[in-house]
Every structure is written in C-alpha cells, then in structure tokens.
Design a binder for this molecule. Structure first.
Ligand code: LHQ
Length: 260
C-alpha cells in the first residue's frame, strides 16, 4: 500500500504531501498518524526551517474519509479529539512557518486544515467547501474559529450554513487565503516562498506567529505588553545582531534561524 503521507527533505525545509489521490486525500486514521509524525519530525529538526503542505493528484483534501467511518456519535467525537484537534494545534503552535499549497478541492476538514496554515496559496482550479452541513454535521477542525476571523461573520455563516463552494480567486478577494495563482505555477511559487522563508530568522518568525495568534483573544493593552516581551526575546537572539550588522554593511543578512 502507498504511504498516506510523502515527506521530501529540501535545502532547509520539508515538503509534506497528503497521498491518497484516488480519494482526494481524504483523512483516514492512518493518514492522520503519518501526518502527525511528519509534522513532529519537521518541528524537532533544527535544520528544517519551514514546511510546505500540499496534496497529491487533483485534490488537496476532501476532509474525513466518509467510507471509513460509521455513524456512531462517540466515534465521531473521538476522531476529533484524538486526531483533528491535535492536528490543528500542531499546525498553529509550530514555531516555524507552514505554507499550504492548495492544489485542488479542499472540502470539510480539508478546507479548515488549509486555513490553519500560516500562508495559503491556491491554484485557481482549487475550491473551498464547508461541506459539513451537507451531511448534517458542524464545521470542525477550527472552521468556526478561522472562518469568521478571516472573512467576517456574514460570509462565514452563509458558507457554513449552505456549504456553498468558494473559488480560489474569491477566497483571495475575501482575504480567506493569501493568493490564488495559475494552476501550472502553484508548486513553483509555493516552493520558492518556502525556500525563502527557510533562509529567514526562524525563531523570530515563530514569535511573530505567537503574537498574531494571541491578538485574537487579547485587548490592545495586553497585546502591547506581549509585543514588548516578545520583542525583548527576539532582540536577544543572534539573528537580530546579524540583521543589524547586515543593514549597516549594506549586504543581505545571513540568518541562522536559531534562538541562541
Ligand atoms: C471520498 C471523499 C471523502 C471518502 C471524495 N471520503 N471518499 C470529522 C470527524 C468525524 C466525522 C466526520 O467528519 C469530520 C470532518 C469532515 O471532514 S466532514 C466532511 C467530509 N467531507 C465531505 O463531505 C466531502 C465529500 N466529498 C465531496 O463532496 C466531493 O467528493 C468533492 C466536492 C470534495 C469533490 O467532488 P468531485 O471533484 O466531483 O470528486 P468525486 O466526488 O468524484 O471524488 C473522487 C473520488 O474521491 C470518489 O471516489 P471513487 O472511488 O468513486 O472515484 C469519491 O468517492 C472519493 N471521495 N471525498 N470525504
């Protein structure tokens, strides 16, 4: 049997590909387990400074594999608490950038896994579908948290209640994703972006993620205090000294990405 997740190590970064193309990379427990290992290994490897997540074949991910589950309610809850929720938390707390290249349809939990990533690029053929209501379920994998924050409550509610398809270009116009690009350039653009991020001050980028994520819950006062604290931490890292030196010497910075 093909491995459900492919991992390729590149210069300073890793490409993780969901690999069940015949089923539009729908999630099984095996896929979840393989993805968790791939993300944990990428997080632990200091030489990996950025991650690219994508899907094999014509789809990105069709959400939960509906053929591999029954309609037992406790099973559904367990799938969320044991697999989907840890996956979203892994992506969000990863202290390095994760870019999602949405190569085709992203439906159900597949759409929300994409939205959990730091920067989302999509091929123009890609589409986003909050498919849950069509099978009488509730958006999960953070969808009810990400969507209203990304596109506003009016659009989030209509998308979740109708399950209407959003094209990649509409998703870009609405600010749901960073950019929709021509199908044939998606992978090249995504790989170039991740390769660039892998040369940047990784530990500081981790702090930037932390600050932006905290802003959703914080008051301005609390956020100002957090910025001061994180700025202190960033300024004690060697990449800050390198950034300043490179600026003074009018040359490109050579960041190590390390925090010490
Ligand atoms: C699939 C799937 C799929 C299995 C396409 N499963 N085979 C969490 C916890 C617990 C319970 C439930 O849910 C969750 C979270 C969720 O993600 S719920 C939402 C689950 N996902 C969906 O409801 C989406 C279902 N799929 C679709 O609506 C369509 O397949 C889309 C719109 C994604 C793509 O349509 P098409 O481009 O027309 O492709 P297709 O439908 O022909 O699919 C291609 C193949 O992939 C086909 O298999 P086959 O053997 O007939 O060629 C589909 O059966 C299979 N497939 N999604 N989720």
């Amino acid at each position: 049997m093909d491995t459900p997740v492919l991992v390729e190590a590149r210069e300073g970064w890793r490409k993780i590909t969901l690999n069940r193309p015949d089923k539009l990379n729908a999630f099984t427990v095996e896929l979840h387990r393989a993805l968790a290992i791939a993300l944990d290994e990428a997080a632990a490897d200091g030489s990996c400074r950025a991650i690219l997540l994508t899907g094999a074949g014509r789809g990105f991910c069709a959400g939960q594999d509906l053929e591999s589950i029954g309609n037992d309610a406790s099973g559904v809850r367990d799938l969320l608490t044991e697999h989907y929720n840890p996956l979203i938390r892994r992506i969000r707390t990863l202290p390095k950038p994760i870019v999602c290249a949405v190569n085709g349809v992203a439906a159900g939990a597949g759409a929300n896994v994409a939205l959990a990533c730091d920067i989302v690029l999509a091929a123009k053929r890609a589409k986003f579908i909050q498919a849950f209501a069509k099978i009488a379920l509730v958006p999960d994998s953070g969808g009810t948290w990400f969507l209203p924050r990304l596109v506003g409550e009016a659009r989030a509610k209509a998308l979740a209640l109708t399950g209407e398809t959003v094209s990649a270009e509409q998703a870009e116009r609405w600010g749901m994703i960073w950019r929709a690009v021509d199908d044939e350039v998606l992978m090249g653009e995504a790989e170039a972006l991740v390769a660039h991020l892998a040369t940047q001050p990784t530990a500081a980028l981790g702090l930037i993620k932390q600050a932006l994520h905290a802003s959703a819950e914080n008051t301005l006062d609390a956020q100002l205090d957090l910025e001061a604290e994180l700025q202190k931490q960033a300024s004690q890292m060697p990449d800050y000294a390198e950034g300043l030196a490179a600026f003074g010497e009018k040359r490109p910075a050579r960041f190590t990405g390390r925090s010490t």
